[in-house]
Design a protein around this ligand. Structure first.
Ligand code: NDP
Length: 278
């Protein structure tokens, strides 16, 4: 069992979250026990799942089988917009806990704003209720644009601990990240490798050759040096390990700037939160 070397980020409610976690989008429930088990064995202590992913049972099996105390793990799940009401979100939380075999999550997120209705406001009320009752470590949001954060702030004194947003070299989502920082919300990058699409860029390949590391490690290190939380996904044991070996090298300011320059207007790999209904 590999010890974890990952630094922690202190969230706005005092919770400490590993800066590198393991994403499990598109991992089947059958595969999740082995894949997540392999990640924990390699040193990951934070796992990012969601009810939508359909793999909470498998993630729960990996947690139950792991030779790591529960308090050393940081488990995140998310409620889907179809459950956005006060009672619906509470029910969804209980269902996720039951599938994961846990008594409490470390972080629970609203998965998308789905702003066509105001459902996310009622669902946020449910999450803050769970938080006030001590039933969850921290609560946050995902894919929230600045205007959705403003609406939450209008109705709630609890500031989301995290906003998990699409962010990678081709889609740097700078306005959202800046507004998160202004509000004291930690930015967590989903698809930090652009689902693999960012790895072949000549600039990334050039930096990787010079630093004697892989293109994935260059991109993940770029995220870390900018203070973001990241949750790369892989089902390949060697890549699972590689994506955690990020602490033996540093990118120069000029490398960071060169990757900053790869931002594109249309570089998104996922849906637009302004219109996506979930
Ligand atoms: P990532 O950017 O993490 O990329 C994953 C892909 O890159 C896989 O195809 C993987 O292949 C490949 N890959 C991983 N590591 C390497 C490597 N070292 N070298 C080469 N290829 C590599 O994409 P995801 O979309 O999975 O995002 C990560 C996590 O973010 C998700 O799993 C999920 O937890 C979260 N997420 C959240 C969303 C939200 O709306 N809140 C939306 C999307 C994702 P392989 O598996 O074959 O090794």
């Amino acid at each position: 069992m590999q010890q974890s070397t990952v630094p922690h980020v202190t969230l706005n409610n005092g919770s400490k979250m590993p800066q590198v976690g393991f994403g499990v989008f598109k991992v089947t429930d059958d595969d999740a026990a082995d894949v997540v088990g392999s990640a924990i064995e390699s040193g990951y202590r934070s796992i990012d799942t969601a009810s939508l992913y359909g793999n909470e049972h498998g993630v729960g099996r990996a947690i139950a089988n792991a030779d790591v105390p529960r308090e050393d793990l940081f488990i995140t799940s998310k409620v889907w917009p179809s459950e956005y009401s006060f009672d619906g979100a509470l029910r969804a939380y209980d269902e996720s806990l039951a599938k994961l075999g846990l008594e409490k999550l470390d972080l629970y997120l609203l998965h998308w704003p789905a702003p066509q209705t105001d459902g996310y406001l009622e669902a946020w009320r449910a999450l803050t209720h769970l938080s006030e009752q001590g039933k969850v470590g921290a609560v946050g949001v995902s894919n929230f644009l600045p205007e959705h954060l403003t609406r939450l702030a209008d109705v709630s004194d609890i500031v989301p601990a995290v906003n998990q947003i699409e962010l990678h070299p081709a889609f740097q989502n700078r306005t959202s990240a800046a507004v998160n920082a202004e509000r004291g919300i930690a930015t967590e990058a989903w698809s930090p490798l652009a689902q693999g699409g960012a790895l072949g860029h000549p600039k990334i390949v050039e930096i990787a050759a010079r630093k004697r590391c892989s293109p994935a490690q260059v991109i993940l290190r770029w995220h870390l040096q900018q203070g973001r939380i990241i949750i790369p996904k892989s089902q390949t044991p060697s890549r699972i390990r590689e994506n955690l070996e990020l602490f033996g090298f540093t990118l120069e300011a000029s490398d960071l700037a060169a990757i900053d320059a790869l931002d594109l207007a249309d570089g998104r790999v996922g849906p637009d939160p302004a219109t996506f209904a979930g």
